[in-house]
Design a protein around this ligand. Structure first.
Ligand SMILES: Cc1ncc(COP(=O)(O)O)c(C=O)c1O
Ligand SMILES: N[C@@H](CCSC[C@H](N)C(=O)O)C(=O)O
Length: 399
């Protein structure tokens, strides 16, 4: 790899902060802190001009960042993990592995910001994206070009229509038909607690760490996990070259959030199941992979150990959807998901407003769609609040 800093470290040499470890790569903490300290420093002193400490400059590496990266690599079953300044920054780093004239195959239901970055790449960088229905392995296969395709980008479940892609079959097919392409999965909706995409055959998994991994909507972060040292080297090179590594304080906050990931998700998805059942029992078309009515209900169970806690539903009436969203009290009107607080939104007005209306129409992204991101509150309160809003919008509701 050209232009590596002299302190570039492969995964085997990653350092971590643990004063009781006899591992030579552990950072010595003389105070035996039981929470990883925040190394709020840009630079690290050297013993001589050429003497190498474990770190020299926080853009290239920082002990607090390393600590969370090592932990995340373990829970993703990744060869190595990296943390960067946002989910979009994670995707930006990954797409820099694609050159001008090369191509990406991606879904036709994608987070609005992802669609915006892919559109930017095609407009300014001559990197074309084919958007296909990733619920169909053959639709993905049809757009592969063994010479041009460099990334196959899957979101599963998709945001906001909650469609499921068969990661395992797609990864096997891509490896056979297009060995130069990398299979990349945006695993934000599931988190590594529910879905381990690298075990399913993906080369790269990434996250908006702003969501479940941190869990409290108090930071922006992106996470990238990779399956091999070779990909790790390329990703690290881009992160150091572009300077998007996560700050020490946000690395610390992210690490703190990850510690409660399992308990938060268990509670959130139990609540989400109750909310999804309530809406379906009241006649709404609900998109949630925990419901037997979901078209990929069986497939999702083979990929993930739970349905997660994001669902969307249709009312068929934009004005009614607006009334519902604007009437709930416990469900805050907000973008994002994965937080301990429950949120309600209209994707076409909010998270997906950057996708031009005609493209939303082409992709059958319904303007009346309401997305619910279920938190850890008492589910009786959540359902009562939603029920009141539905009644206010003119629906007759049985609880
Ligand atoms: C599925 C998905 N991926 C990526 C992102 C981007 O993450 P961030 O907001 O942390 O940049 C978002 C939301 O923003 C998202 O919903
Ligand atoms: N104004 C922001 C909207 C962020 S949406 C965040 C999140 N991914 C979601 O799906 O709610 C933008 O245009 O990026």
């Amino acid at each position: 790899m050209p232009n590596q800093p002299k302190r570039y470290r492969p995964a085997t040499e990653l350092v971590f902060v643990d004063s009781f470890s006899d591992d030579p790569n552990a950072v010595n903490d003389p105070y035996h802190a039981s929470s990883v300290p925040i190394y709020q420093t840009a630079t690290f002193k050297q013993t001589s001009a050429s003497g190498s400490g474990q770190y020299d400059y926080s853009r290239s590496g920082n002990p607090t960042r390393s600590a969370v990266e090592i932990h995340l690599a373990k829970i993703m079953n990744a060869e190595r993990a990296f943390v960067v300044s946002s989910g979009m920054s994670a995707l930006d780093v990954i797409t820099r592995l694609v050159g001008a004239g090369e191509e990406i195959v991606a879904g036709d239901d994608l987070y609005g910001g992802t669609n915006r970055l892919l559109t930017y790449l095609s407009t300014y960088m001559n990197v074309k994206t084919h958007n296909v229905d990733t619920t169909s392995v053959s639709a993905v296969e049809a757009k592969l070009d063994p010479f041009k395709t460099k990334l196959v980008l899957l979101e599963t479940p998709t945001n906001p229509k909650i469609k499921i892609a068969d990661i395992k079959s797609i990864a096997e097919m891509v490896k056979a038909k297009c060995p130069n392409a990398l299979v990349v999965v945006d695993n934000t909706m599931m988190s590594p607690y529910l879905q381990k995409t690298l075990d399913l055959g993906a080369h790269i998994e990434y996250h908006s760490g702003t969501k479940y991994l941190s869990g409290h909507h108090d930071l922006m972060a992106g996470v990238i996990g990779v399956c091999s040292q070779e990909i790790a080297d390329r990703i690290y090179h881009v992160i150091n070259a572009t300077g998007c590594g996560l700050s020490p304080f946000d690395s610390w906050l992210l690490f703190r959030g990850v510690k409660t990931l399992a308990v938060r998700i268990e509670k959130q998805q139990t609540n989400a199941m109750l909310v999804a059942n309530f809406l379906e029992a009241n006649g709404f078309k609900v998109h949630f992979p925990g419901l037997a009515s979901h078209p990929q209900y069986e497939l999702h169970k083979t990929l993930s150990s739970g349905p997660g806690a994001v669902l969307s539903f249709e009312t068929g009436d934009i004005a009614a959807s607006e009334r519902i969203v604007e009437t709930t009290k416990l469900w805050a009107i907000s973008v994002s998901f994965g937080c301990v607080n429950s949120l309600i939104s209209m994707p076409c007005r909010m998270s997906h407003a950057s996708i031009p209306a005609e493209i939303r129409l082409q992709r059958d992204l319904k303007e009346d769609l309401i997305r619910l991101c279920v938190g850890i509150e008492d589910p009786t309160d959540l359902i009562e609040d939603l029920s009141n809003a539905l009644v206010f919008a003119g629906y007759s509701i049985k609880n």
